[in-house]
Design a protein around this ligand. Sequence first.
Ligand code: AHG
Ligand code: MN
Ligand code: MN
Length: 342
Amino acid sequence: MGQVKTLGEFIVEKQADFQYSKGELTRLLSDIGIAAKIVHREVNKAGLADILGETGDVNIQGENVKKLDIYANKQFIAALSVGGECCAIASEENEEVITVDNSVSTSAKYVVALDPLDGSSNIDVNVSIGTIFSIYRRTSLSGPGTLEDFLQPGTEQVAAGYVIYGSSTMMVYTTGKGVNGFTLDPSIGEFCLSHPNMQIPKQGKIYSINEGNYVHFPDGVKKFIKYCQEEDAATGRPFSSRYIGSAVADFHRNLIKGGVFLYPTTSASPKGKLRLVYECNPLAFIIEQAGGKASNGSKRIMEVTPTSLHQRMPLFIGSRDMVEKIEELLAKHSIPAAKAAK
Ligand code: AHG
Ligand code: MN
Ligand code: MN
């Protein structure tokens, strides 16, 4: 085996890519890596510790909160609060923005948005789950971070990434200069560079969608599903259907193998289910950096300016040709909103 490169070494090496960088982003990414290791440790003994199941609470999204959601939330908030690089944190589990106390004295210039535990429904059944994060430069000039700091379009992201707690634990991130993946070697407790410069195939052979909601999908999405199921030698159809139910895990597989993940509007979720700020935007930044595409059906995800912290958005993300096919079918078959309103 050749020389391994740890996440810490890699981040420091890449700091030179950013002129005037004083190492704050380096520190933030390292802090996220540390929290990820702590959550990894807990996830891996979840069946033994008293950490499975629900807390009995319902979060602001109306979802049952799991103990591991809260555990992961606490770990990431704690790790991001100590360094003084981050002046505010937004999390799926907290209705309001969390301001970081010591950030005023240290003039922290970043804010971090988080889905601390993605794929909650898979916690109790030993199926892959994840963490998603997105880092912005604050727009407010001083004092504690504000809500407005988070309501920036995804194009303004400085860095984004995810951790997948799967058959192995990995951290994948981008700072806008390509995508790199690191696998946790539990024997030395370090994330090691295992997937340098990740690129998604232009055309994939996998589609990922909760097909149980079929009757509630827009016509364009129904047509795309039928398109995937048709026989066509030239494009290798029919495609395979794969759906884990953890966005991070479905995304990660499609990033490596080529494919598309769809979470359209449904009657239960008329605006889509996934959250723009801490689910759609970070994954969109990563997929674009890997040569793929992320759309809400008609618009590039990263160009949508959020109007609220927990805003939901339809998401079509993955191999470029597949996302473009979905956009084409949605434009052709779905009733434009203006017409539908009449
Ligand atoms: P979270 O656990 O953070 O609330 O996210 C769950 C999301 C996402 O991970 C997944 O793709 C999707 O919900 C699954 O939704 P369905 O069960 O409706 O398919
Ligand atoms: Mn999630
Ligand atoms: Mn979550």
